[in-house]
Design a protein around this ligand. Structure first.
Ligand SMILES: Cc1ncc(C[n+]2csc(CCOP(=O)(O)OP(=O)(O)O)c2C)c(N)n1
Ligand SMILES: [Mg+2]
Length: 275
């Protein structure tokens, strides 16, 4: 069964909300984790796994599958909930997040969860990993497309721009980078720490096709991924404007909720909002 074109917009939105609830609950249960950057990436991951990517939960190692690398690995509660909802892993174990021996480690770890395409969490590496996968697929003549989700703070890392240069020079057009542009990093706003603007001219000058959109707008994401698939000779980057903590009023744009878990009471408040 391929997870493609099977869900209506409403179903995808309902799923996104359920995944937000699971994120809040699992991080609350773990008493540690990264709610803000998990919540900002929900629609990006839902659209990829439930609409765009060719993959098969009953055959995770299918060689021609599309691949998603969550380079901003600390946002893994979102990825874990998506993988579980897609049928790869047990939903009922989501609340073991960050527990000793859990398949759901604090950062994505293939040793505990082989279905992951890559172990991530050390920021800056995922685009290079994705490029390797995309190039390998091209050499093998396979239809695989590769999607790499980056944080906007993460792209301050030098390795990202080495990968950007490489991807364009080698015309890696089966690769799409998505920047989760929530304008915040670990302890504050990007503009106050190290501004990444002007972002669009930057990626363009590195030779990438650039698409800018609202990263919570599923139809816009669907259109952008379709457009990216039609671009030849260039990789594509999607600059996805998002809100850190999206969906939970007291987490939105609040630097505290980068890496702090909600209390029991805050979990209840959040779940009320996510009904
Ligand atoms: C190489 C590396 N340096 C530092 C960290 C610690 N760290 C974890 S998250 C984070 C901020 C990331 O900000 P951003 O990429 O914007 O993520 P988001 O806003 O989506 O949470 C940092 C510095 C890390 N994981 N890896
Ligand atoms: Mg950010």
């Amino acid at each position: 069964m391929l997870m493609r074109q099977e869900h209506t917009l409403e179903e995808l939105q309902v799923l996104a909300k359920r995944i937000r609830r699971e994120i809040v609950q699992m991080i609350g249960e773990a008493k540690s984790g990264h709610p803000g950057g998990s919540l900002s990436a929900v629609e990006i991951l839902v659209t990829l796994f439930f609409d765009v990517m060719r993959h098969d939960p009953s055959n995770p190692q299918w060689r021609d599958r599309d691949r998603c690398v969550l380079s901003k690995g600390h946002g893994c509660p979102a990825l874990y909930a998506v993988l579980a909802e897609a049928g790869y892993t047990p939903v009922e174990q989501l609340n073991t997040l960050r527990k000793l021996g859990s398949i759901y480690q604090g950062h994505p770890d293939k040793r505990f969860l082989p279905v992951l395409e890559a172990s991530t969490g050390s920021l800056g590496q995922g685009l290079s990993i994705g490029l390797g996968m995309a190039l390998a697929a091209r050499l093998d003549g396979r239809p695989t497309r590769v999607y790499v989700v980056l944080g906007d703070g993460e792209i301050q890392e030098g390795q990202i721009w080495e990968a950007a240069m490489f991807g364009a020079y080698h015309k890696v057009d089966n690769l799409v980078a998505i920047v989760d542009y929530n304008r915040m990093q670990l302890d504050g706003f990007i503009k106050d720490i190290m501004e990444v603007e002007p972002l669009i001219p930057k990626w363009k000058s590195f030779g990438w096709q650039v698409i800018e959109l609202d990263g919570h707008d599923i139809p816009a994401l669907q259109a952008a991924f379709a457009e990216a698939a039609s671009v030849k000779g260039q990789p594509t980057v999607i600059i996805a404007h998002t809100v850190k903590g999206k969906g939970v009023s007291f987490m939105e744009n609040n630097p505290k909720f980068h890496g702090v878990a909600p209390t029991k009471e805050e979990v209840q408040l959040a779940l009320e909002e996510l009904k």
